[in-house]
Structures are given as structure tokens and as C-alpha cells.
Design a protein around this ligand. Structure first.
Ligand code: 5AD
Ligand code: SF4
Length: 447
């Protein structure tokens, strides 16, 4: 094989859909491939391994995967050695892998969320035996430690602290595809973060579907607040963030930990989903609008600079105009710094899919557009209020087109762009906000 062909046969391309959990799984797949001598490429056409890490939380995420798989057919015909691998949440859905193999028989490897650590073995088997592999574990396996991770940023890193979810919100497939809650041992988490700090990382975001129930089932008795306080002790680490918090489980100990620990950032992702008590009840969320507003108020009293981000669904079965207006009212009261807004999407096997009072698409879209408008008004107002203030910013990188333009975030998560040099990447600088744009801030470094 010529050197050029050999290099090309070592190129891989990963496309990731969905949440930070999937992003982190892809970083692990990339880490495993790099340790085997493979090189990432941004150009799917020149890759010899194409991996799609899929999401099934909403229907449009699934449709994107089908569309992209269709497009790979020609590439496979041109290069029969191309290896196509599929993984992630979509594969964990009953019958999905078989449907895919029927529609797209040229897929080589299918694996699920619980066995992605076995990817190198599957790849080896396909390369040596030319077989097609479909292996999906139904149940969550033991947590596998020590998988190499190829992280995108050199300043901030995602660190998973727990897997799975026990909440069974009636619209959501996550508990079915990611399994029950399992927490990593605190010593494994701390070891990983210390290694990251030794490599120069300054910020970690602790990940889990419901981080506030961290620790259940571990031999050692430890709560999420305890874990936060322990991580806060790590020398050299500058910032700690975490997501996602379920409002019903975010307790006063965690609020106090954020207040007391210098590295814990004043930003909380607190998905509300709806502002209507009736809808929250059928969603199985276990809180009311009043409880949520009280919680936000309590947090603001303890942590004055705190910002909130959230997830909101419109068009859940049975949502009336009055229910929707309750959501709008809540959004106005909380004033989020950012919100992921979703149109309700019917998911197989979930209780909400079986509900009869589904909302027509045109009403869903109309509510979605009205909600986005109100969310954006809040973001613009919050950014405007930052003008003239000085914030500590962690420099994350330079702008793609101009190395003298830096970008970073304040402790409470606001995105700031400012002039500086690339030697500042990874450093904390004080930045005065000179202009609020709609979704970002323009600042100047204060000497
Ligand atoms: N339809 C729309 N949005 C959904 N989410 C989860 N399931 C659905 C669904 N079936 C949203 C929730 C959750 C976020 C990750 O995705 O808001 O917090
Ligand atoms: Fe899904 Fe609810 Fe679990 Fe979040 S808490 S992952 S929305 S079931």
C-alpha cells in the first residue's frame, strides 16, 4: 500500500447528534481510535471509518441519521473498504437496529450506549473477518473506567459523574435507552479531574441526566453536595459547572455548596419543561410552577449573580392555550440566560405517545415561535444589564477567522468576545463589557 493510501485508510469521521453525554461518548470513541493510530478528519468523503453517534430524544434527530445513512450509500459503492458504524441512543430502541439493517444493509457495525467501550474489538473483527456486527446490551453494564478520551477543548472538559435516569418523565426515552442511574466512584472522578488539571485544563462540567441524585447505590455514603465540595479542593482547577439538575432534587445543600465553594460557577441549568401545573403533573415532573419559582428565588437570594438556563417543551398532549400562557408567564418571571426550546415530539413506548389529546402541528409551531420570542427578550435584557460591568472570563480560544479576537465565558456563563493574543488562552482575565449584542457580549480586557 502506498503511504498516501495507508494514511487515508487511517482517517475517521464522527458525527454526533444529541446531548453532552453523546458528545462525551464520541470523545471516547475518538480517544480509542487515536490510541490505535487513526487520525480524525472533518471531511466525511475521505474517511475510511464513518461513525454516527445517534440521538432519539426527538424525531427530527432520527430523521437526520436516516438521511445521512442514505447519502453514505454512494461512498460505500466507491470504496467497499469503508466501514460504517452506528451507535448511541437510537440503537437502544427496540427494533431500530434491525430496521436500519433492512433499509441500509451496507452498515458494518451497530452497537449501543452500554457497550461502546467494545468498539475497538468490533472494528478489528470487521477488518479481519469482514463480518457485520450488531451488538446491543439491553441492560446497563458495569461502569468501565480508563477509556481514553480525545477532548475537543484544551481548557474545559466534560466529566461524566453518573449515567442513566430513573425519572421516567412521560415524554422521554432517555430512561429506556440510557438505563437506570449509576454513579461513578468519587475517587475515579477526582482522579480524572486531577489528571485534567495536570494537562492544563481549567474548567470541568460534571455531567449526568440528574446530577442531584449522585451517590445513590455507591458503597460510600456521599451526596452530590459532598462531591462538589471535594472537587472544589482540587488545586489548579479554576471552575466547576454541572448539568443537568432536576428541580425536584436540587436541594439546599447543593445551593449552599455553590454559595460557599469558590470554584463553583454561578450558573444553573434547571429544566422547567412547562409552567402549567396540570401539564407538569402529566409529564410526571413532581413539582409545581410555584415550587419552581420559589426554588429560583431561594437560589437567587443565596447566590446573587446566578444565571439560569432551562429546557422547555411546547405542545405536550393536552396543553391548552392557558397552560401555554402559564409557561410564558414563568419564563418572564425567571428571565433565563438561555433556553433550549422544543416542540413536543412523539416517542415510541413512552406514556405521552399513548395519550389521545395530541396537539396539532400548526398550534405547536405557533406556540414555539411565541415562546422563542419571549425567551429572546429575556436574554437580550439580561445581556443589556451586563453592559459596563467587569467580569472574570476564562479565555477558551480565538475566533476562527482572526487570532487577535478571543472568546470566553464569564463565571455565570455569558459568552464574551474581546481583543487579545492567543497566549491568553486558558487564562483568567478581567473583561469590561462595552456592548451587549443579542446573544453575546463585546468586552475589553482590564489591565
Ligand atoms: N419531545 C420534545 N422534547 C423532548 N425532550 C425530551 N424528550 C422530548 C420529546 N419527546 C427535551 C426535554 C429535555 C431535553 C434534553 O430534551 O426538554 O430536558
Ligand atoms: Fe428524560 Fe426526565 Fe430523565 Fe431528564 S429527568 S432524562 S427529561 S426522564
Amino acid at each position: 500500500m502506498s503511504l498516501d493510501r495507508e494514511i487515508k485508510s487511517k482517517l475517521y469521521f464522527i458525527e454526533t447528534w444529541g446531548c453532552q453525554m453523546n458528545e462525551e461518548d464520541s470523545e471516547k470513541l475518538s480517544g480509542m481510535l487515536k490510541t490505535q493510530g487513526y487520525t480524525p478528519t472533518e471531511n466525511r468523503d475521505e474517511a475510511s471509518i464513518v461513525i454516527f453517534n445517534t440521538c432519539c430524544v426527538r424525531e427530527n434527530a432520527e430523521n437526520k441519521v436516516f438521511g445521512n445513512l442514505g447519502m453514505l450509500k454512494k461512498q460505500k459503492e466507491k470504496n467497499p473498504d469503508l466501514i460504517i458504524a452506528l451507535c448511541g441512543c437510537m440503537m437502544q430502541q427496540k427494533g431500530m437496529a434491525d430496521e436500519i439493517l433492512k433499509r441500509f444493509p451496507y452498515v458494518d457495525i451497530i452497537f449501543g450506549t452500554h457497550n461502546s467501550y467494545k468498539f475497538p474489538e468490533y472494528l478489528h473483527r470487521v477488518q479481519t473477518d469482514g463480518v457485520q456486527i450488531k451488538e446491543i446490551f439491553d441492560k446497563e453494564a458495569e461502569i468501565v473506567e480508563g477509556v481514553p478520551i480525545d477532548r475537543k477543548s484544551s481548557v474545559k472538559a466534560f466529566v461524566t459523574i453518573m449515567y442513566g435516569c430513573n425519572n421516567f418523565c412521560t415524554y422521554c426515552v432517555v430512561p429506556f435507552v440510557r438505563g437506570r442511574e449509576r454513579s461513578r466512584k468519587p475517587e475515579d472522578i477526582i482522579k480524572e479531574i486531577k489528571e485534567l488539571v495536570a494537562q492544563g485544563y481549567k474548567e470541568v462540567t460534571l455531567l449526568g441526566q440528574n446530577v442531584n441524585s449522585y451517590g445513590k447505590g455507591l458503597e460510600e455514603e456521599i451526596s452530590f453536595a459532598d462531591l462538589l465540595r471535594r472537587i472544589n479542593e482540587i488545586d489548579g482547577l479554576e471552575r466547576i459547572r454541572f448539568m443537568t439538575s432536576h428541580p425536584k432534587d436540587l436541594n439546599i445543600e447543593v445551593i449552599h455548596a455553590i454559595r460557599d465553594c469558590d470554584k463553583l460557577c454561578e450558573q444553573i441549568h434547571l429544566p422547567v419543561q412547562s409552567g402549567s401545573d396540570a401539564i407538569l403533573k402529566v409529564m410526571n415532573r413532581h413539582y409545581t410552577k410555584e415550587y419552581y419559582l420559589d426554588l429560583a428565588k431561594k437560589i437567587r437570594e443565596e447566590i446573587p449573580d446566578v444565571t439560569f438556563t432551562t429546557d422547555i417543551i411546547v405542545g405536550f398532549p393536552g396543553e391548552t392555550e392557558e397552560d401555554f400562557l402559564e409557561t410564558i408567564d414563568l419564563v418572564k418571571k425567571v428571565q433565563y440566560d438561555s433556553a433550549f426550546t422544543f416542540i413536543y415530539s412523539r416517542r415510541n413506548h413512552t406514556p405521552a405517545d399513548r395519550m389521545e389529546n395530541q396537539i396539532p402541528d400548526d398550534i405547536k409551531h405557533d406556540r414555539f415561535n411565541r415562546l422563542v420570542e419571549v425567551v429572546n427578550e429575556g436574554i437580550v435584557a439580561s445581556n443589556k444589564a451586563a453592559e459596563g460591568k467587569v467580569y472574570e472570563v476564562l479565555v477558551e480560544g480565538t475566533s476562527k477567522n482572526d487570532e487577535t479576537k478571543l472568546t470566553g465565558r464569564t463565571r455565570n456563563g455569558k459568552l464574551v468576545n474581546f481583543d487579545g493574543c492567543k497566549e491568553m488562552i486558558g487564562k483568567l482575565v478581567n473583561v469590561k463589557i462595552v456592548e451587549a449584542k443579542s446573544f453575546s457580549l463585546v468586552g475589553e480586557i482590564i489591565k
